[in-house]
Structure formats: C-alpha cells, structure tokens
Design a protein around this ligand. Structure first.
Ligand SMILES: Nc1nc2c(ncn2[C@@H]2O[C@H](COP(=O)(O)OP(=O)(O)O)[C@@H](O)[C@H]2O)c(=O)[nH]1
Ligand SMILES: [Mg+2]
Length: 258
C-alpha cells in the first residue's frame, strides 16, 4: 500500500470515532450476540481498552489494543448482530464500520454449538471484504455436546482462516492472533466463498458492475454494492452518501480524523 493510501485507510476509522496510531492495524470484531465476543475481546486486549458510544448512536463501542510479533493492533468490538443487512441500529453500525471504516481485517466470532445459524453472518461479511478471519468459539461447549467440527474442511470451504477457541479458558488465542496478523498484514491471502444467487440476480449484477466499479473504484466491493442496490437497501445508499462524500473531501476527512 502506498503512503497516501495508507494515510487514508488510517483516517477512515476516524469517521466512527476510532483513532488508530499510525502503525496500528485496525481489526473489527463481529459476531452474533452471546458467542463470547466480549470474552475474546477481553482475552486479547486485557486492560488496554476503553468504552464509549458510536458517534451519533446510543450503541456502546469498545476498543482495545494488543501486540503480536511487535505489530500493534486496535481491536474494535462491534455490536452483536445476527445479520448486517441493517434492519437495526446495531446492524447499521456493524455494517458501516466494516464497509466504510475499512478495517485492516474483520474477525468474526461464531458459536461452535450452533454453527449453521452463525455462519450466516460470516458469509455476509465475506461478501463485503476478503480480509476475514473466522473464530469458532465455545469449543469446550461443543466438545461437551459431542459436536466435532471439521476445521480444515470448513477453512477450505470458506476460503478464509478458521481458528478454534475456548476464549474463557484462553484456548486457541495464540493461533487467533497469528491468523489476525497474517490477514491484516496481507501475508496470508484469502479467497472468501461468494454466495451465488439466482441467474436473474446474477445477470442483473453483471449489468450493474461496470457503472458501479467506475463510481466506487476500490473504495467498496462493487459486487456487494450491486447486491444492495438490487435489494433496494435505502439505509445503505444513505451511508454511501454519508461516508463516500467524506472520503472524497480531504478537509472533512482531516476533521473526522481529529
Ligand atoms: N464455556 C465457554 N463459555 C464461554 C466462552 N466464551 C465466552 N463464554 C461465556 O459465554 C457468555 C457470553 O459471553 P460474552 O463474551 O459476553 O458474549 P458476547 O455477547 O458475544 O459478547 C459468558 O457467560 C462467557 O463467560 C467459551 O469459550 N467457553
Ligand atoms: Mg459482548
């Protein structure tokens, strides 16, 4: 990444009240409610954290830091949500941060005892950004229920790193930090599985892609934007207007980053 692009990517989280140090990688932490997201957050960041609110929202926001291999990270705990299709204020916050705050990686925490339901969120996030890591937490509970998970199979199906943890016991956290490091630094390339829709939807996406790519450039994933437009997602269009305009105005970006 060149210096200018890096400066912009450092400043974008500022739109959300998140102010990383210049050398810190920003990692968003997402997951359904009650999957142990806060436990993972606490285990990784310890006492190095503080809480506040998302700008303009009454939703809690916690951020904390940790280091791995001398690389500093800023971990941002997103509200627990079942989806990021933005039906609630929590979903809007989570989606907007992942889309427009452009974290260096997004860590999605899933509950090992109900993977099927939890994978929904992971697949949605993988439609927005390739820089994902899947953490399968509550592995101790899964073991108790005699649930076994084919981690390697899942990893190759999803195309992103999959790490098993039992965060309350501190199990798997080293591997988790390693995967976060690999994906954030770009040392590990991912190839997230993309959902395929009906042929009518896929054809419509193909028609929209050239124009959308021209408009959003590399700021957003054009396929994801096409799908949201086809969905008639007004909240997403409002956020594009809000955040993309800010991105294009260096003055405002500077103010937002303060
Ligand atoms: N057995 C077990 N319990 C866990 C684990 N991680 C979190 N928990 C518990 O699950 C509950 C919900 O955790 P929390 O971190 O608040 O979940 P969040 O809603 O996703 O932030 C708490 O009682 C945690 O102590 C784990 O790996 N194993
Ligand atoms: Mg929590």
């Amino acid at each position: 990444m060149d210096l200018q692009a890096r400066k912009i990517s450092r400043a974008l989280p500022g739109l959300f009240g998140i102010h990383p140090e210049p050398d810190q990688y920003v990692v968003a932490l997402a997951g359904n409610p009650n999957v142990g997201k806060s436990t993972v957050f606490n285990a990784l960041t310890g006492l190095h954290q503080h809480t506040g609110n998302w700008p303009g929202k009454t939703v809690d926001n916690a951020q904390g830091s940790f280091e791995y291999l001398k690389q500093p990270f800023l971990l941002v705990d997103l509200p627990g949500t079942y989806s990021i299709l933005a039906h609630t204020v929590e979903e809007v916050v989570a989606r907007d941060f992942i889309c427009f705050g452009r974290p260096d990686a997004t860590l999605v925490v899933l509950d090992a005892t109900c993977l099927e339901r939890n994978l929904n969120l992971a697949l949605q996030i993988m439609e927005i950004t390739p820089k994902c890591i899947v953490c399968i937490n509550l592995m101790d509970e899964a073991r108790k229920k005699q649930i076994t998970i084919d981690l390697q199979g899942l990893e190759s199906e999803l195309g992103v790193p999959v790490v098993a943890t039992a965060a309350r016991k501190g199990e798997g956290l080293h591997s988790l930090k390693d995967a976060v490091y690999q994906v954030s630094t770009g040392l590990r390339k991912t190839k997230p599985r993309q959902l395929r829709y009906s042929s009518q939807v896929e054809e419509a996406v193909q028609q929209l892609l050239p124009d959308i790519s021209r408009l959003v450039g590399t700021k957003l994933n054009p396929r994801w934007v096409a799908l949201r437009l086809l969905d008639g997602d007004k909240s997403f269009i409002a956020s594009i207007n809000q955040y993309i305009e800010l991105q294009e105005s260096p003055g405002l970006l500077k103010v937002a980053a303060l």
